[in-house]
Design a binder for this molecule. Structure first.
Ligand code: SF4
Ligand code: SF4
Length: 368
């Protein structure tokens, strides 16, 4: 049976603001039906790497916070630390980044909790029912302590998974640093030294000091966490995962980590397809959007949500001033594979279906 995915565009022709429309959408889609009385409600989102401007505005989080409080719940914003270089790899830097980007208690009305603690190792080992790749997932304790999870996702393209949607936001985002390492394990790369020019850019961007460069770069696989950052940063495109199923397995593990988070608790999902950048929000820069802003989506089914968002983005014309246009011209099709040919987003949704997270068939319920 198809799942309902509630949708509305970003048009605001009357007196209703975008934030009011967002509120109406999530309530129409059933957020208010979840019992939140005296419950800890974790709102999982990405605070954006400082410098990147594609992340979601804090007003959307604030709206969810207000609804949770009206329902008697105790909301908090949550994300876990990252594996790569940047300003979100420990709780102190991560909190500062969140506040700098507008997610302070003054703006959103609730606190930020970095789910896997100061150094990213405060985790719960969660058995995943039906998992094939990650039978145990390492999830930030602050996430697992929540009674209810609401995902607030910025839908965009992604260099490792094709696109970053709900499953990516929850699965990768809620993994502790060990969990993220587990998901990326197969992505450990090697350098094609025949193409390497020894520029050192990869080493500068490796948070784990796994790369040394003399005439050419060399990766120490005992130190490498497989985060994939060097693969994307290399200007010569001469760093590749050693396992050719790496991206597929990454995508499947992300679905399994998502199951670890929501398999035993109520969850609700909201995605905004706007500022659809070609890369994830983890970089400190964002390139121009690849297609126009599409709209806001809300559903209880995370798989159907991701499928609906992907379909609508792929049906939109590439914007001329974009990386997508540069790589594929004006043609329609699978924009995510045009941008990032080795990715396999289908695998993530397929795995989500196998795990019972949802279905790929959906019915769009459009709200004016
Ligand atoms: S970024 Fe690429 S070209 Fe530069 S040193 Fe690293 S592997 Fe070689
Ligand atoms: S070598 Fe590359 S993939 Fe490995 S940890 Fe460093 S940046 Fe990440």
């Amino acid at each position: 049976m198809a799942s309902k995915v509630h949708f509305t565009s970003f048009r605001c022709p009357g007196n209703e603001s975008l934030v009011q429309k967002f509120r109406r959408l999530v309530l129409t889609a059933g957020l208010g039906e979840i019992d939140m009385k005296d419950k800890y409600v974790g709102i999982k989102l990405h605070f954006g790497e400082p410098g990147n401007l594609a992340y979601l505005r804090p007003q959307y989080a604030r709206t969810l916070v207000e609804i949770v409080k009206e329902k008697g719940g105790k909301p908090f914003l949550v994300d876990c630390n990252t594996l790569y270089i940047g300003r979100r790899s420990n709780a102190l830097d991560h909190l500062e980044s969140a506040y700098e980007n507008g997610f302070s208690p003054f703006q959103t009305g609730c606190h930020v909790i970095i789910g896997d603690g100061l150094k990213g190792d405060d985790e719960v080992a969660v058995p995943v029912r039906g998992a094939e790749y990650s039978k145990v997932a390492y999830i930030g304790r602050g996430v697992m302590d929540a009674d209810v999870i609401i995902s607030l996702t910025h839908f965009k393209a992604h260099e490792g998974t094709g696109f970053g949607g709900v499953l990516k936001n929850i699965g990768m985002g809620c993994g502790s640093r060990k969990g993220k390492g587990d998901m990326h394990e197969e992505e450990k790369p090697a350098v094609d030294v025949t193409e390497c020019v020894g520029c050192g850019f990869c080493a500068e961007n490796c948070a784990h000091h796994a790369i040394t460069v003399e005439d050419t770069a060399c990766i120490d696989s005992t130190k490498c966490m497989g985060c994939g950052r060097c693969i994307e940063m290399c200007p010569q495109k001469c760093i590749h995962p050693m396992d050719n199923r790496a991206n597929e397995i990454l995508s499947r593990k992300i679905a399994e980590y998502t199951a670890a988070v929501i398999q035993d608790k109520p969850s609700f999902h909201v995605s905004l397809a706007c500022d659809i950048s070609p890369y994830c929000d983890c970089y400190r820069i964002n390139d121009a959007p690849i297609v126009e802003d599409i709209g806001m989506f809300a559903s209880f089914d995370p798989v159907a949500m991701d499928q609906a968002c992907a379909d609508m983005v792929c049906a939109a014309k590439p914007l001329r001033n974009s990386l997508l246009y540069e790589r594929g011209g004006a043609t329609l099709g699978d924009h995510f594979r045009t941008l990032h040919p080795v990715t396999n987003w289908d695998a993530c949704l397929e795995q989500g279906v196998k795990l019972g997270l949802g279905v790929r068939e959906y019915e769009i319920v459009e709200m004016e």
